[in-house]
Each structure stands twice: as C-alpha cells, then as structure tokens.
Design a binder for this molecule. Structure first.
Ligand SMILES: NC(=O)c1ccc[n+]([C@@H]2O[C@H](COP(=O)([O-])OP(=O)(O)OC[C@H]3O[C@@H](n4cnc5c(N)ncnc54)[C@H](O)[C@@H]3O)[C@@H](O)[C@H]2O)c1
Length: 386
C-alpha cells in the first residue's frame, strides 16, 4: 500500500480492461502500478497511456512485488488459473464475471481463498443498481409476501455477427465455454440468485447458433422450480431486436414489474393476499388493486462503485458488494441450463460439478466448428480447467 492507496495491477487489457484502466485513474484509493496483456501492442499502448509497468505474462506481474491487488479481466477460463495464482501470492483479487466457466473451476478458485484477510471480490456491477437493491429488499423483507412466479425476459443483449467474429475466444466451447449464458447473462443470473436464492431444479432449451454463425447458445428459455414451490421462466437471446429487459414478480401481495429499458418499477398491490382471495372471493373476483410507481432513478455507478468498494474493503474493511465466492451460483445456473438442454432432462440442483466438467470437455472435443474471420490473440489457460 502506498500512502493509503491500493497498488493495483490489471490483467487483460481488452474492452473491459481498458475501461477499468480509465476508471481507476479517477479513484483516489487506487494507484495503477502494473498492467498485463499477452498482446504486445495492447500492452505497449496501455503502458504509454497510464505510466504503469507492463508485463507480458500474469505470472511476472504477480511476482513483481509492486501490486497489493489485481483485477483479472482476461477471457473467462483465465479467471480460475490467474485467480488461483494471485491468491497464492497473497494478493487481493477482484475477478471479472463469470468468476470461472464451470462449477468445478469455481470450486477450485474459491478453495484457493484461504486467508480471510485477502479481499476476494467479483465484478457484479449490476448489484449497484438501486432498482435491483429495492426489488431485493421488497422480496427478502416480506413486503411482497411469498413469491409465486418469477419471469425474467432479458432479450435486449443484441449482438451482430461482426461482434462474434471480433475475438478469437468468443462464442467457442474451448475458449469461452458458452454463449449468452456465459458472456452477457452472468449479470442477470447473479441478480436472480441474489434476489430469489437458488432454484432446486430447472429445465432449459438452449439453441446453439440459432441466429449467428457460432457453436454456442444464443437463444435460451428455462423453466425454474424453487424449494418453496415458486416457479420461474428465464428467457434470453442475443439475436432479437428490439429486445426487452423485463422482470415480473407475481407474489401473494401483488405484482412487481421492473422494466429496465424504461427505468420503471411498478407495484400493483392486492387488497388481500392471493391465497386468501382464492379461498374467500366469489367466482371471477380477483383482489382489488392499487398501483404504486416506485420512484428510483438511480441505476448505480456500476464498475466504478465495485472498484471503490474493493479498495475500501482492503483499506478500511468495508463489506463487499459482491464476494467472489457468490459468483459460483450464476455459473452453476448457466451450466445447469446447458446440461439440461444437452441431455433433454430436468436437472436437480446442486449440479454435479465433475459431471458437468466432463460433459463440457466432450463438447470441446467433439467441436468441428471452424470460426470465420477469427482474430485476436487467444490464450487457452485451460490446464487448470479439466
Ligand atoms: N462486468 C462487465 O460489465 C463486463 C463487460 C465486458 C466484459 N466483461 C468480462 O471481462 C472479461 C474480458 O472481456 P473483454 O470483452 O474485455 O475481452 P477482450 O477480448 O476484449 O479482452 C481480453 C484481453 O485479455 C488478453 N488476454 C488473454 N489471455 C491473457 C492472459 N493469459 N494474460 C493476460 N492477458 C490475456 C487478451 O489479449 C485481450 O487483450 C471477460 O471475462 C468478460 O466476461 C465484463
């Protein structure tokens, strides 16, 4: 630590790593001392821009002694390998989402975190959104009553073919380990478990390369079952436009609807709980309702807030917004959806992590997909993964 500031190294200087470099320059509690990328041109550019010391390999950066903490923003498989090494070096770690590609890798990464004094966080920036915080409070605090049904349609993750062609690691089983569930949806899958807890079972239908020339899923519909009898439907795609981002929660005390595109949160409140209305009301008479618009415009400061929280946890012991160990849940949900789709069966949770790793490995082995116009430097970093 230098004069009350965390000496940070950023590993992976692509889209996200470059954004993080810009963001940390404005955070007084963080000094960017090191940057690392296997792509020499990217590395050189960032060294020139930030004045941080450059490293061609994560191992050298981790052993350099000039960092108290690292932020890992490489393609996903690397999160496990580099995360484990960083923890072994006694560094604080902030890992991008997803924390790993499959549940067994999450278990390995989490098991490597032995020292509670080491801060271990994940970049679940959407948790900083005050609207999701309010929804969580209303669900967990009991204002909604028991939840009966959850429906999240998150179909506004539109991506073009050019996007998929832009990086050699994207949308491949071997280098990304999945598609929309592994790249775009870790945010919503994290929020889903953060708000409602984990389901006890699910059945999913994942369409591989339905809208794009890719080998992984780009269209998913999943039916979820919760331990208390509540059910859910989760739908996502990168191939629809215009898409929606709409979360509906049907509960005993009414219907809560969040429309992320409109930025609205609306509670249509019942005059009596649904169960009582079913037992007491006549014929077609549903409960009477009043409509409450919940006025929250704050969508959070996202990545900057997670970075500040990480530094504050290191310097002052501030509780984390997202502990990295919680990142296993969104990965398990994504894995279970793919597994269910591959086997055509309902999957009970917890998922057998070793079985899933074997199935994913088979998917990689049997892949005959040849990426068109693939570009970029692809790091495998997969030795730890199977
Ligand atoms: N939190 C968010 O909102 C958000 C948004 C986008 C991406 N991400 C995550 O960030 C990660 C990176 O995504 P991206 O879009 O920046 O990818 P990218 O392809 O643009 O960048 C990845 C960079 O990592 C480098 N790299 C690969 N292997 C490396 C290694 N072993 N050591 C050092 N550098 C290595 C590549 O050369 C490349 O520059 C992904 O895990 C992704 O899920 C998070």
């Amino acid at each position: 630590m230098t004069a009350g500031s965390v000496r940070l190294g950023i590993i992976g200087l692509g889209n996200m790593g470059q954004t993080h470099c810009r963001l940390v320059a404005r955070i007084p509690d963080i000094t960017l001392t090191a940057v690392c990328d296997i792509d020499p041109a990217r590395l050189e550019k960032m060294v020139a821009k930030t004045g941080a010391r450059g490293f061609r390999t994560p191992g050298r950066l981790l052993a350099s002694g000039i960092c108290d903490a690292v932020l890992i923003a490489t393609p996903h498989y690397g999160h496990t390998t580099i995360g484990k090494q960083a923890l072994k070096h006694g560094l604080h770690v902030l890992v991008e989402k997803p924390i790993s590609v499959h549940k067994a890798d999450c278990e390995k990464l989490i098991a490597a975190h032995q020292d509670e004094a080491q801060v271990f966080a994940a970049m679940f920036n959407q948790r900083t959104n005050a609207q999701y915080q309010r929804i969580r409070e209303m669900v967990r605090g009991g204002e909604l009553g028991a939840v009966r049904r959850v429906h999240w349609a998150i179909t506004d993750w539109f991506r073009s073919q050019a996007y998929y062609d832009s990086g050699g690691w994207r949308a491949t089983w071997a280098h990304e380990g999945g598609g929309v569930l592994m790249n775009q949806c870790p945010h919503q899958l994290d929020l889903l478990q953060w708000i409602f807890g984990m389901p006890s079972a699910l059945q999913a239908f994942c369409h591989l390369g339905k809208h794009h020339r890719i080998e992984v899923e780009d269209d998913v519909t999943c039916y979820l079952e919760y331990p208390d009898g509540a059910t859910g439907v989760f739908t996502t795609t990168t191939g629809e436009a215009p898409g929606v981002n709409r979360l509906e929660i049907a509960a005993e005390n009414g219907l809560l609807v969040h429309d992320a595109q409109q930025g609205t949160l609306t509670f249509t409140r019942n005059d009596k709980p649904v169960t009582r209305a079913i037992a007491e009301n006549e014929g077609f008479k549903a409960p009477s309702t009043d409509r409450i618009t919940i006025d929250i415009e704050d969508t959070g400061r996202q990545h900057a807030e997670i970075l500040e929280n990480f530094a504050s946890a290191i310097l002052h012991g501030t509780p984390l917004i997202a502990h990295a160990s919680e990142g296993i849940h969104s990965v398990e949900l994504a894995n279970a959806m793919l597994y269910s789709s591959w086997t055509g069966k309902r999957v009970e949770l917890p998922l057998d992590s070793a079985r899933y790793a074997r199935r994913l490995k088979r998917q990689i082995r049997e892949s005959t997909f040849v990426k068109q116009a693939a570009s970029g430097v692809v790091a495998t970093d997969m030795d730890e993964s199977f």
